[in-house]
Write a protein that binds this ligand. Structure first.
Ligand code: HEM
Length: 452
């Protein structure tokens, strides 16, 4: 248990790999965990043997936050889960084709205005990034976007963040390992229950509002999901999906899609402050290729320097550094080791991205490694996991990372405030999401000389 209480667990598990190898076992009470630390081994388990390792650990507290295992992220692998994931996946795909690009462009332009309004003062941008990412998801989900000062938005964020933070706390996880403790008073657990109830109230209100609208936003995912439910009821495959599944899918999209993208944007600016010449190269590429216009996602193949930056930040700071734990649903093997049924599998994506056998100088920020002749290969990157549990929002996230970064670096140069003695701390704070410690930055006009 002591091994799991380190403040930066991904770094600690990566250090253990240097002593014990890229696959090792930890025992916690009567739970056996196997930690995977290289991208080949992670791929073997998650992709090649996906049907052996697609389960999620069964947990008392997980059941509470996921409405009895009915979220996609925490639900165990079974027919109901497969039907649920298929339903949400096709709704997301439909909306990616129809409206995602416009939605992200709208938010990127709004973010541009917010940054302009700061007029070169030193600010912490994390909340603005969260609002931009969250507005993409709430627009997709129920056709609604919020102002940063909106009370409703603040309530939604505070409640979702609290749930993630409380659920990750040892006061809660101890209840999974030691059932007897569930009988004792536990104020942290009571708070978790309260926040879950508050979350459900907020989401139910939105779904009710959506259903009662005469003129519904046709592009919203909620519409596709509800239509999908109706179709599902008519099929005879024996699996019943209900409004609860639409409700929990909304929770999945909001939790999975807000802090991840926002944390990644924060990391990107932090790394660029450490190596301003990378920012200049991306800016020059944007000027040359776009000739003054704003970028489209289809431009990505013509913007290799920008893409190398995106890959390098995903490599160094995979925002879900330990993915979400998997569970062996039958006896199997990984890298030649026998893995019994019910073993918990931890894919250490952070470790895989720092594997010295794959990456030269793995701890350095060097986007150029992904450019021709730089020696890096995107094949060894695995920031979204893989197989049956591949991040459900991968396509949404990729488009967001590309467009937000391109818009920001086209119109702004990020510089550190003079008053600040040091640059942002790059170690980060690891919980379910790996975040950078808060820092301030000045967004100013890009260097003259090159003009759009
Ligand atoms: C930089 C952005 C993102 C990264 C790096 C990321 C990464 C991940 C990872 C590593 C997992 C766990 C995979 C596993 O269990 O093996 C995951 C799961 C998930 N992500 Fe993302 N994610 C991002 C953005 C998003 C967005 C934008 C959404 C929603 C639109 C989203 C929704 C989900 C959901 C629902 C799951 C659970 C999938 C399942 O259990 O089947 N994520 N993500």
């Amino acid at each position: 248990m002591m091994e799991l209480t380190h403040d930066h667990l991904p770094i600690h598990l990566t250090n253990l790999a240097q002593r014990y190898g890229n696959i090792y076992r930890l025992k916690c009470g009567n739970t056996t965990m196997v930690v995977l630390n290289s991208s080949d081994i992670i791929r073997e388990a998650l992709v090649k043997k996906w049907s052996d390792f697609a389960g999620r650990p069964l947990s008392y507290t997980g059941d509470i936050v996921s409405g009895g295992g009915r979220t996609i992220s925490l639900g165990d692998y079974n027919e109901e889960w497969r039907a649920h994931r298929r339903l949400v996946h096709s709704a997301l795909q439909r909306c990616c084709q129809q409206s995602l690009h416009d939605v992200i462009e709208g938010q990127a332009l709004h973010l541009r205005k917010v940054l302009m309004d700061y007029q070169g003062s030193a600010v912490d941008l994390s909340e603005d990034f969260t609002v931009a990412a969250s507005n993409v998801i709430t627009t997709l989900a129920f056709g609604k976007e919020y102002d940063k000062r909106s009370l409703e938005l603040q309530q939604l964020h505070s409640c979702l963040n609290e749930i993630v933070a409380l659920w990750g706390s040892s006061w809660i996880s101890v209840l999974d390992s030691f059932p007897l403790l569930r009988k004792l008073p536990n104020p942290v657990f009571s708070r978790l229950l309260k926040e879950v109830a508050r979350r459900d109230e907020i989401i139910s209100k939105h779904l009710k509002n959506y259903k009662s609208q005469d003129k519904k936003n046709e592009d919203a995912i909620t519409g596709s999901l509800l239509q999908g439910l109706d179709k599902h009821r008519n099929t005879e495959d024996g699996v019943l999906l209900t409004d609860i599944h639409v409700h929990m899918a909304t929770v999945d999209l909001l939790i999975g899609g807000t802090e991840t993208t926002a944390a990644w944007l924060n990391w990107t600016v932090a790394f660029l402050l450490h190596r301003p010449e990378v920012q200049t190269k991306v800016y020059e590429e944007l000027c040359t290729v776009l000739e003054g216009r704003y970028p489209k996602y289809s431009d990505r193949h013509r913007l290799p320097v920008l893409c190398s930056l995106i890959h390098e930040v995903l490599r160094l700071r995979p925002v879900a550094p330990l993915a979400v734990p998997h569970r062996a649903i039958r006896d199997s093997s990984i890298a030649g080791h026998f893995i019994p049924k019910n073993t918990v599998i931890i894919p250490n994506l952070f470790g895989a991205h720092h594997d010295p056998a794959v990456w030269t100088d793995p701890y350095s920020f060097k986007p150029e490694r992904f450019l021709e002749g730089g020696g890096g290969s995107t094949r060894a990157l695995i920031p979204f996991g893989g197989g049956a549990r591949l991040c459900l929002g991968e396509s949404v996230a990729k488009m967001e990372l590309f467009l937000f970064t391109a818009y920001l670096l086209r119109d702004f140069q990020f510089i550190p405030p003079e008053s600040e003695a040091s640059l942002p701390d790059l170690r980060g704070v690891a919980s379910v999401v790996l975040k950078v410690k808060s820092y301030t930055v000045i967004a100013t006009a890009p260097p003259s000389g090159q003009k759009h």
